[in-house]
Design a protein around this ligand. Structure first.
Ligand SMILES: *[C@@H]1O[C@H](CO)[C@@H](O)[C@H](O)[C@H]1NC(C)=O
Ligand SMILES: *[C@@H]1O[C@H](CO)[C@@H](O)[C@H](O)[C@H]1NC(C)=O
Ligand SMILES: *[C@@H]1O[C@H](CO)[C@@H](O)[C@H](O)[C@H]1NC(C)=O
Ligand SMILES: *[C@@H]1O[C@H](CO)[C@@H](O)[C@H](O)[C@H]1NC(C)=O
Length: 705
């Protein structure tokens, strides 16, 4: 009912702008525009919960937290002005197509059947090229060509507002215009820098650069939005003037524009490139082996100045595009070979999002990757957020998995965490990696010990870096002791799915612990600790044998692992919506996603019969948009569905992937790809998770293909 109504709203909007756009490979809930780091993260809301269906013109781009990041684009064709991005007020161009790849969002626009525009947002992801990956910058390329065989007089305009520099709209912005090495730029920042501080999740320090070629026919202007945009709309060029009345972001909204006269345009494409990015000398504060201190951003190790970094980035478009295309095709080929086009719909939407939660820091000798638990609570390097994301790091460059684990290991090896189990995260509030010297972090002991062991072995198997295991053996062994104690009968505790509540004897959590112990047996073997290896291997075998008796509801039809041991009659706790699935009313169950680790590490530890049983079970409880996470709720997690899909039969895997791709295309959610959604309505359940790096987990099936 509600969907129908909202559908009509979108339809009437579309008819009022005059044209229908195609969306390929899907119409995602939100379109990534500039997504490179926790602070350079701007999207176009799409889903019917509040988005406009995916049209670049007619709606303001937003930061992931949903506040507007003013970004406007206009074009003048033979003296008539149209908007192609945002909502600056003029008539809009007609969008005819949208397409995304792993690194690009591309819009095709038609202007009065006279001109075609191809607008490409490229947020480069270069996992094996850390120099480029260290730059928090993104491109827009605007290409125009004549459609009707005539020549047209064309000027292109684009600006950013000061909304990019702070989440506090009352903060005072300051700005300047300059040129460097053939690049024209607006530099904008908070007048009072608040280092390592966030407001509404935006960073309150560093400098923003908005740049283009300093070529003939390019003009610039800063000033009130209506003045600068009005100037372009009327005259097709800017004044080259600067407004020096530094003021609050929301006071006569200062904007920073460029206009470019492309002259007389015929059918050969002409293009204009813009770069946008953030430079912070120090991006993180970190309690590692030494004292709590700021850590330099990694780009500082490659570039002497901000302007050198800006100029390198802006002039690197050809090379950067080529690297992006290589990654796009690698992801496309591997995704299609693994599970077809629907699978590529999911993987290619997740790449920028997963990398967009990361920040490279340190120096050539000592590099780190920090990761923000975006939207769920802003923790730093949360172990059970790195775990769902680890498939994308392992797939694109295993070194990155090491760089994101290193800060956790350094902190705990320096004796800065008092508990004998693994820390949950490295600090409650990004960008402050304060650690938890009082040991009072969110307690997920079994979850995190298992995750750390599994990911350590995963990294070493892919990289061949066996020193890593020797270096960290003591701590890995300490965590294994915890698993030996708690895995067989897990105490009442939460798992990574903390929103689902605590539970004792969780089957899936126990399995993770046991796989962790077996992973340690392999680690011990590989490091010559043969006595430990034999010991852990024996314990793990004993546990997994007992686990099968405790965890499997053999009499159920079809059989499955239960949610917790012996939980075969948990009536009353189920949503009425579950009544469609009678079997679930009497026997609790859930996605046994931790099984993925056994396959990924090639441990051959869990019997194949368990894989087969779960794979046969999932289709019997699938809803329209997927298989519920467990019988307590009808929501699911996209990342865990991909983990489960990875270790299912071809048919079941196809079902998971198809439902997830369908959901992406149809969900009414309108914010950056959520990993938590209702499998019946497709909407958010109680929590609104957005833009979380965990969607990197969709690369799980590729790793075990
Ligand atoms: C958009 O398409 C509509 C319907 O075809 C047309 O009336 C309108 O002039 C077009 N606008 C532009 C800017 O091309
Ligand atoms: C990080 O720590 C600084 C003090 O060093 C503080 O001013 C800032 O508010 C903290 N940031 C967050 C996000 O809590
Ligand atoms: C866990 O399961 C075992 C075996 O069924 C049972 O004896 C124990 O009471 C359970 N623990 C809790 C806390 O329910
Ligand atoms: C240890 O390595 C040996 C030789 O490669 C192998 O036979 C044995 O199964 C391994 N043990 C474990 C626990 O991995």
């Amino acid at each position: 009912m509600q969907l129908y109504r909202l559908g009509l709203l979108v339809a009437s909007f579309v008819s009022c702008i005059g044209a229908q756009s195609t969306f390929s490979p899907a119409r995602p809930p939100a379109i990534p525009l500039a997504v490179r780091s926790p602070y350079l993260s701007t999207w176009l809301n799409v889903g019917s919960d509040g988005g406009n269906g995916g049209y670049l013109a007619g709606q303001w781009p937003v930061f992931w937290e949903n506040q507007i990041t003013g970004w406007a684009g206009m074009i003048r064709v033979d003296g008539n002005t149209y908007t192609w991005m945002g909502l600056p007020g003029s008539k809009t161009v007609n969008q005819t197509a949208f397409e995304y790849t792993s690194t690009r969002s591309m819009f095709t626009m038609n202007v009065e059947n006279k001109l075609e525009m191809k607008i490409t947002f490229l947020s480069p992801v270069t996992p094996t090229d850390l120099k480029r990956q260290s730059l928090v910058f993104s491109y827009i390329n605007v290409e125009v060509s004549s459609l009707d065989g005539q020549k047209h007089d064309v000027q292109v305009y684009a600006d950013i507002s000061a909304e990019w520099v702070s989440g506090d709209r009352n903060a005072i912005a300051e700005w300047e215009y300059g040129t460097t090495d053939g690049v024209a730029y607006h530099k904008v920042h908070r007048q009072t820098q608040l280092a390592f501080t966030e407001k509404n999740q935006q960073g309150e320090w560093g400098n923003w650069y908005w740049a283009t070629d300093d070529s003939k026919g390019t003009t610039h202007q800063s000033g009130a939005d209506t003045d600068v945009r009005g100037q372009f709309a009327r005259n097709g060029k800017l004044t080259n003037g600067g407004d020096t009345n530094f003021r609050a972001i929301s006071s006569s909204w200062p904007v920073f524009g460029f206009s470019s006269d492309l002259g007389s345009v015929d059918s050969s494409p002409v293009s204009k490139l813009f770069s946008l990015g953030l430079t912070q000398d120090e991006a993180i504060q970190y309690e590692g082996a030494s004292q709590y201190a700021p850590v330099p951003s990694l780009w500082k190790s490659y570039f002497a100045t901000e302007l050198a970094a800006l100029s390198f980035f802006h002039k690197d478009y050809t090379e950067s595009s080529g690297l992006a295309s290589s990654l796009d095709s690698r992801v496309a080929q591997d995704s299609i070979a693994t599970a077809g086009q629907d699978y590529l719909t999911v993987t290619s939407l997740s790449v920028r999002q997963a990398f967009g939660a990361t920040q490279l820091c340190g120096t050539h000798d000592k590099m780190y990757m920090f990761l923000k638990e975006i939207s769920s609570n802003g923790n730093m390097n949360t172990v059970d957020v790195i775990f769902p994301a680890y498939p994308i790091f392992l797939y694109t460059n295993p070194e990155l998995l090491k760089l994101v684990l290193t800060p956790l290991l350094e902190n705990q090896e320096a004796g800065k965490y008092p508990n004998d189990y693994s820390i949950h995260d490295l600090g409650s509030s990004y960008p402050n990696a304060t650690g938890h010297s009082d040991g009072s972090d969110e307690k997920m002991p079994l979850e995190e010990c298992g995750n750390m062991l599994i990911m350590s072995l995963a990294y070493v198997q892919k990289s061949g870096d066996s020193d890593f295991l020797n270096d960290h053996y003591t701590l890995l062994k300490q965590w294994t002791s915890y698993l030996v104690e708690d895995s067989l009968y897990p105490a009442n505790q939460i798992s990574t799915d903390d929103f689902a509540g605590p539970l004792a004897n969780q089957t899936n959590l126990a399995l993770k612990g046991m796989i962790g112990i077996q992973a340690m047996a392999v680690i011990a073997n590989q490091t010559g600790n043969t006595a430990d290896a034999a010991d852990y291997s024996r314990i793990a075998k004993d546990y997994i044998t007992q686990w099968q008796d405790l965890a499997i509801a053999k009499g159920a039809n079809p059989p499955r692992t239960t949610l917790s041991y012996g939980d075969t009659a948990s009536h009353g706790m189920f949503s009425p919506l579950f009544r469609a699935h009678e079997t679930l009313l009497t026997i609790s169950a859930g996605l046994l996603y931790n099984l993925f680790a056994d396959a990924q590490l090639e441990l051959n530890f869990v019997p194949q019969s368990v894989y087969q049983m779960q794979s046969d079970f999932y289709p019997t409880v699938a809803n329209k948009y997927g298989v519920p996470l467990d019988t307590r709720h009808i929501y699911t997690k996209g990342d865990w569905e991909c983990f489960a899909a990875a270790v299912s039969s071809v048919d079941t895997r196809t079902m998971f992937i198809k439902d997830l791709a369908t959901w992406i295309n149809e969900t009414p959610t309108n914010r950056a790809l959520t990993d938590l959604y209702d499998t019946v309505s497709g909407d958010y359940p109680q929590n609104t998770f957005v833009a979380r790096p965990v969607m990197g987990g969709c690369f799980a099936p590729i790793l075990v293909r």
